[in-house]
Design a protein. Structure first.
Ligand code: AMP
Length: 493
């Protein structure tokens, strides 16, 4: 069988693995980067996760690898353990017919085991910066001289404060090497790192500047009162019924609270954050990948490098702090050629920051109204009617009819059954959540005018002004807040 990957002159066993992986044609980053890497160039590639960048560097570098050499020839450095594991898994499966040995190195697990695995003849090491530097500094790795070094998700490493570690690691490695730098965004420090440590790199940019985010991702925002945030999330989950989604929160505490709340109302959700033990985090990600969990509630750090291809929706429960983080978060959906939806919840105070992010990212983030309870109910009833029409008859159904006997007529039985179904999926929360476009425009205008006045008076400006209607006059939280919300567990079958 031939594939469009044949044009690259990759190793035949690598091509065999490409066929197994089901890749039909190279992605744009693969088209651009593979030939440059095969020619031996250093490269700086601006590519988001989900674009096939792992295979771009994996297929090319592993094709050139000498399998008779038992020393480490390729080193991949990634910001997180999760990404290290994912990259390692992908390289392992792409390199399987060449019998390429891949070892993953990260903190929190045994030094001696990792060193042992390398010494037994690893060809590829995928490592997080901290542990890699530890091993190098302490002289624990003999003859460690990879000819190819890949810095994956360099901007994430910058955000996590790893750039100095990266520079230190590179000092331990041979000067004569090929270095490949991949990053979703190109902030100044990354450009400086590339200039300092790469040798006459070639540039690959498959994300035009004005379009830093994937075009397969529909980007929406909803403006709500602060107190409506929980209900808005539940309403959108009820309305959109995502196949698989990630809900990004700002803090670990919020992750715990939101995930607990989703579970309490019957959603198959779990939290993921940096305070969790490594094996706990791995279990959650595995369950999410296997669709035992449909909603992953996570902090930015925990979700770095998360590569699950069938995430249909990303929710920003709170707006991210900066455009880079926005791009990174929404890049969890719309992966491997699929479509995705990214949703951001903002309160009126955050409206201008949302616009700034949209401008910086260069994409159109569309305003939407949260569907009303009536709308969602209406569409669920239609769907239910459709399901009833299509349902297969169960052999035991007649038995139940016989038990019910003649005392109760068929139409009454039907109505009772439908009521049971409706109650099982009962929707709750207020009918209307958030703002429509007209109310929002007026509110933003009033806020801006007031903030202008405050500033002129030397007042607190925008951040001190709006309190929404989240508290009643007595200062109590509204009775409709999600804390008081009761909901029957949903059956999700
Ligand atoms: P990455 O950008 O490396 O995180 O890759 C995202 C996903 O795309 C991974 O699950 C890859 O297996 C998949 N992938 C990579 N290259 C291709 C391709 N040419 N065709 C289809 N899927 C691909």
């Amino acid at each position: 069988m031939t594939t469009t990957f044949d044009k690259f002159n990759l190793d035949k066993d690598i091509l065999k693995a490409v066929i197994d992986a089901g890749f039909r044609e190279p992605s744009p980053v693969q088209d651009a980067a593979i030939p440059l890497i095969l020619e031996g160039n250093d490269i700086v590639a601006q590519a988001q996760t989900g674009t096939g960048k792992t295979a771009a560097f994996g297929l090319s570098t592993m094709s050139m690898l000498d399998t008779s050499d038992r020393n480490v020839q390729i080193l991949v450095i990634t910001p997180t353990r999760e990404l290290a594991t994912q990259v390692s898994d992908e390289l392992f499966s792409l390199g399987k017919y060449r019998h390429i040995k891949t070892v993953t190195i990260y903190g929190g697990s045994s030094y001696s085991r990792q060193i042992g695995l390398i010494e037994r003849g690893a060809n590829v090491v995928v490592a997080t910066p901290g542990r890699m530097l530890d091993l190098l500094k302490n002289g624990r790795l003999k003859n460690f001289a990879p000819k190819t070094v890949i810095l994956d998700e360099a901007d994430e490493m910058l955000d996590m404060g790893f750039l100095d570690d990266i520079e230190s690691i590179l000092k331990f490695l041979p000067k004569e090497r090929q270095t490949l730098l991949f990053s979703a965004t190109m902030p100044e420090p990354i450009k400086r790192l590339a200039k300092k440590t790469l040798n006459d790199p070639k540039f690959v940019n498959i994300t035009p500047k004005e379009h830093a985010t994937n075009e397969d991702i529909e980007q929406l925002y909803y403006v709500i009162e602060e107190r409506e945030r929980d209900n808005a999330l539940l309403r959108l989950l009820d309305a959109l019924e995502p196949v698989k989604s990630v809900v990004f929160c700002r803090t670990k505490k919020e992750v715990d609270r939101v995930s607990t709340q989703l579970m309490a109302v019957g959603y198959p959700a779990k939290g993921l954050h940096g305070d969790m033990e490594q094996n706990q985090r791995e279990t959650v990600i595995k369950a999410f990948r296997a669709s035992q969990i449909e909603i992953l509630v996570a902090t930015d750090v925990a979700a770095r490098g998360l590569n699950v291809t069938d995430i249909s929706h990303v929710f920003n429960f709170h707006m991210p702090f900066d455009p880079e983080s926005y791009v990174h978060r929404i890049g969890r959906t719309g992966r491997a050629g699929r479509k995705g939806t990214a949703i951001t919840l903002v309160n009126p105070m955050e409206y201008h920051s949302m616009q700034r992010i949209a401008k910086k990212v260069g994409t159109n983030i569309q305003f939407k109204m949260v569907p009303t309870l009536n709308d969602v109910q209406e569409s669920q009833l239609k769907k239910m009617a459709d399901e009833i029409e299509k349902a297969e008859l169960d052999v035991n159904a007649q038995k139940i009819l016989d038990i019910l006997g003649d005392d109760i007529n068929l139409s009454k039985i039907s109505l009772k059954l439908i009521s049971m179904l409706i109650n099982k999926n009962s929707l709750q929360g207020p009918n209307k959540i958030g703002f429509d476009q007209k109310t929002l425009t007026n509110l933003i205008k009033r806020l801006d005018e007031r903030n202008g006045r405050d500033r002129n008076r030397g007042g607190r400006g925008r951040s001190g002004g709006y309190r929404g209607r989240s508290r009643s006059r007595s200062g109590e939280r509204s009775g409709k807040s999600s804390g008081n919300r009761e909901r029957r567990p949903r059956s999700r079958n």
